[in-house]
Design a binder for this molecule. Structure first.
Ligand SMILES: NC(=O)c1ccc[n+]([C@@H]2O[C@H](COP(=O)([O-])OP(=O)(O)OC[C@H]3O[C@@H](n4cnc5c(N)ncnc54)[C@H](OP(=O)(O)O)[C@@H]3O)[C@@H](O)[C@H]2O)c1
Length: 283
């Protein structure tokens, strides 16, 4: 939807736009009236995304960016503002998974996960917010995970970054809700056509157990669009039964934890073994 006062396109900055869920979000939002600015490290992946959007009549530019590099984030925001004059929507979607036995993680793996998923989100948001304040409006959508609702076994660091994104969202909402800035967090469960999930299936040779539920990238993209329109605080995109388990966990922590572990631990252990063998998160 273009800016109703000026007719100018709505400028949407999205990280992690080169693959998986990010591509699904681009496909959904890459319509006439939206100017997309796509960020990720892979130049080829971004170019493919731009082409796909343009083929459908949308408009997008690629700005190759490593979100774990603070200088690159500054360049991304200044390029966006100097080309289009504003940033209406920021979608912090870039992320890496980190499923492995905790004691076997290297310092580098831990830092890469935190700097990409959490620090990158915080620093980019810090750079974008002044422009939204100047405009008097803006929407921010952070891509967390159900892993942030209850830290997964063999995925403690990943879960910590996603829980951090949820808390970050809550804090920003409280601070900026009177200044026209909407902030939402989306928490997908395992997502088909998201690269992380697809690599897990490849490495383990099977999908998630039915009890863990799941979703697909198109549903996650729809949830992102809905957050931009309605500014919901948090959207869990995962068909039951994980959602009721989170409610039970809030009310009865020990019982809830036992249920979640029974439903997930064996599968997560299998993922961590695949990861140790170097099969997960290899592109
Ligand atoms: N798939 C799932 O089951 C699932 C479930 C819940 C939440 N999520 C979350 O959804 C988001 C997308 O996941 P996905 O499954 O679509 O993963 P994916 O297919 O691996 O895509 C990850 C995206 O993030 C980008 N990225 C990674 N590191 C980056 C960095 N340092 N700087 C800039 N961009 C970077 C990747 O691009 P480059 O490699 O080109 O940089 C890619 O575009 C992540 O935040 C993930 O945690 C996924």
């Amino acid at each position: 939807m273009p800016d109703i006062t000026t007719g100018a396109p709505r400028v949407i900055l999205i990280t992690g736009a080169s693959a998986g869920i990010g591509r699904a979000i681009c496909s959904r939002l890459g319509v006439r009236g939206n100017q997309l600015v796509l960020a990720a490290r892979s130049v080829e992946g971004l170019q493919r995304a731009v082409k796909e959007i343009e083929t459908k009549g949308g408009s997008a530019v690629a700005v190759p960016t490593d979100v774990s590099d603070p200088n690159a984030l500054e360049t991304l925001v200044s390029e966006c503002v100097s080309r289009f004059g504003r940033i209406d929507v920021l979608i912090n979607n870039a992320g890496v998974d980190c499923f492995a036995e905790f004691a076997e993680l290297s310092t580098e793996q831990i830092l890469q996960t935190i700097e990409t998923n959490l620090t990158g989100t915080i620093l980019l948001t810090r750079l974008v917010i002044p422009h939204m304040l100047r405009q008097g409006a803006g929407s921010i959508v952070n891509m967390a995970s159900t892993a942030g609702k209850h830290g997964p076994a063999f995925g403690a660091v990943y879960g910590a970054t996603k829980a951090g994104m949820i808390a970050f969202t809550q804090g920003l909402r409280g601070e900026f809700h009177r200044q026209g800035i909407r902030v939402s967090v989306v928490c997908p469960g395992f997502t088909t056509h998201g690269g992380i999930y697809d690599r897990i299936v490849q490495s383990t040779g099977r999908g998630t157990p039915a009890v863990m539920g799941g979703t697909d990238a198109a549903h996650v993209a729809a949830a992102v669009e809905s957050c931009i329109r309605k500014g919901a605080p948090e959207v869990i995109v995962n068909w039951p039964p994980m959602r009721p388990m989170f409610v039970i966990r809030e009310m009865f922590p020990r019982l809830g934890e036992m249920m979640i572990l029974t439903a997930t631990r064996k599968f997560l252990k299998r993922i961590s073994t695949g990861s140790r063998a170097g099969k997960v998160d290899e592109r």
